[in-house]
Design a protein around this ligand. Structure first.
Ligand code: 5FX
Length: 530
């Protein structure tokens, strides 16, 4: 169907570490188009690995800012060449890898406001950045600045209470402090500092777009209680920072109409609305259509857990972010480093390398594993800070090994009791209408899902279309923002999206077994944490 006949469409972008991606949904929220550009493959001249440059100190990790812009040129050209008709796009939004920062040079705003449609973006914006290589979330070179922030603000818990997280090396405020301390000239020459998300929004808007509250929560600079900049944190990080950061905005606010550049060059309608961009984890929350009481568990190389919270309790672990689809709520993000690689190790040592045998082992052992509990941190864990393999029998004594089937169950029960403990530490309580939404590789394993349902005493659902939930979430958010993000509930806008599939229900005796066992797990985990 051509032009006007197709009805309204919504475009979502994801500027992630290794690629940028675009996804288009129609008015009924069916995905009608997807395109991506891989930095390593499609732009080999930048010589990135996995989209990044790891520096010699192995702590500093950056990506060339201009590469992201050239990738956008390529992506839009690819869409145009495939015959995609931009004239139906009523609104667009997007997400970016969290914490990464972009440093626009003095005078860049003028260039951004005067983009010429006969030239590619990267030709016009070359040389417009005071720091040419953007620090990204994989950077861990700011230990010193983190110490300084926690000292100036009165300790890690106070930083968490104010900004939602204790000081983290990848968080933007500490990255900015490092740039100010090590490269004052570049800092002085900076007109605006954007996050990757607000930088991408600025490219479409043709002027500086605001940082949104959700991605802004990943900076150690925003007060998560007032959703405004935290003056104490700004002053502790770098001088005159507020004017370089600009205003904050809810992620569901409109930024404004798309720049004329895209109308002339690609055929977007002049009234195509740019809706505020956000971070990739908040974007995923939207893509999964998380609601109050829900827990999203993504099972990958690392496992992550996202929660919808109304009464968050910032802690020394995990992160509290403003909620990207509701002004009255928060979300929490927890990262667990020992995820699928640890499951594969135990599959290899205790189930002959076969998932089928792994499932059999789980099914042949009782819920609660006769009181045996295992903690398997092959590599240094983030949540909690601990490492090593620890096995305890039913009386709490340390033991050197378990029989193979007990080992398999101890691993899976341990991994999910840990998730419940740390979710509850951040203020989550399991409600009677709670749901767990599982995604990622291991969500195809029914026996693992049964353990999750039992540990949380909550039904587990799986999503059918979660190839890139952040990108999809931003296409949804584009529609939500266009129809008055603050007045229309997000859930109303996404009600017509394809439904979840109920995978497993908790067993009737689950709560009786796992509530006390999880309390025991918590004590044991505390006993081995650093
Ligand atoms: C979250 O805090 C992270 O650092 C990562 O998940 C990045 O957002 C990945 F893009």
């Amino acid at each position: 169907m051509a032009g006007k006949d197709r009805g309204k469409e919504y475009l979502g972008f994801d500027f992630s570490t290794q690629q940028i991606k675009a996804m288009v949904v129609d008015d009924s929220l069916n995905v009608v188009h997807e395109t991506s550009v891989q930095f390593d493959i499609d732009l080999p001249e930048y010589r990135t690995q996995g989209g990044v440059h790891m520096h010699e100190d192995k702590l500093t990790v950056t990506s060339p800012t201009i590469m992201w812009i050239q990738a956008l040129d390529l992506l839009l050209d690819k869409m145009k060449n495939s015959g995609f008709d931009f004239s139906n796009v009523a609104a667009l939004s997007g997400s970016g890898q969290q914490h990464g920062s972009v440093y626009w040079k003095r005078g860049a705003q003028k260039v951004l406001k005067n983009l010429q449609p006969d030239k590619a973006l990267h030709q016009q914006l070359q040389g417009q950045f005071s720091v040419e290589n953007s620090p990204i979330w994989m950077d861990s070179s700011t230990a010193e600045q983190c110490k300084q922030l926690e000292k100036k603000l009165g300790g890690p818990q106070r930083v968490a209470n104010l900004t939602g997280s204790r000081a983290y090396e990848r968080f933007t405020g500490n990255q900015i402090a490092k740039i100010f301390q090590t490269n004052k000239t570049a800092y002085e020459n900076t007109e605006r500092i954007s996050l990757v998300s607000s930088f991408a929004a600025s490219l479409f808007f043709g002027d500086y777009a605001p940082i949104d509250h959700s991605d802004g929560s990943g900076m150690n600079l925003m007060d998560i209680n007032t959703l405004d900049w935290c003056d104490e944190a700004l002053d502790a990080s770098a001088p005159a920072l507020k004017e370089k950061l600009g205003n904050l905005a809810p992620a569901f606010d409109k930024v404004g109409h798309i720049s004329a550049y895209y109308v002339d060059r690609y055929g977007f309608p002049p009234d195509c609305m740019v809706v505020t961009f956000t971070g990739d984890n908040p974007g995923s929350l939207a893509g999964m259509r998380l609601q109050e009481g829900d827990v999203a568990i993504s099972l990958g190389t690392s496992d992550t857990l996202s929660l919808w919270l109304t009464d968050p309790k910032p802690a020394l672990e995990g992160h509290i972010f403003a909620n990207p689809v509701s002004g009255d709520a928060y979300m929490a993000l927890l990262c667990f480093k020992n995820g699928s690689l640890t499951r594969e190790n135990i599959r290899n040592t205790s189930a002959d390398g076969s998932w089928e045998n792994f499932e059999k082992a789980l099914k042949s052992t009782p819920k609660g594993n006769h009181g045996n509990i295992g903690i398997y941190f092959d590599v240094q864990e983030i949540t909690p800070p601990a490492v090593g393999v620890h096995r305890f029998n039913s009386t709490g004594e340390k033991v050197a090994s378990f029989p193979k089937e007990v080992e398999v169950r101890a691993l899976i029960e341990g991994q999910f009791m840990a998730k419940r403990v740390h979710a509850e530490n951040l203020g989550y309580t399991i409600g009677s209408d709670a749901r767990i939404l599982a995604t990622g590789g291991a969500s195809a394993n029914q026996a693992i899902l049964q353990v999750i349902a039992d540990v949380f005493n909550t039904p587990v659902y799986i999503l059918t279309s979660t190839v890139n939930s952040a990108c999809l979430g931003c296409a949804y958010r584009a529609k939500h923002g266009l129809f008055g993000g603050s007045t229309t509930p997000f859930q109303e806008v996404v009600a017509m999206a394809p439904p979840y599939k109920l995978a497993v229900k908790p067993s009737p005796d689950a709560d009786k077994i796992y509530t006390p066992l999880t309390a025991r797990y918590k004590e044991l985990e505390e006993s081995i944490s650093q």
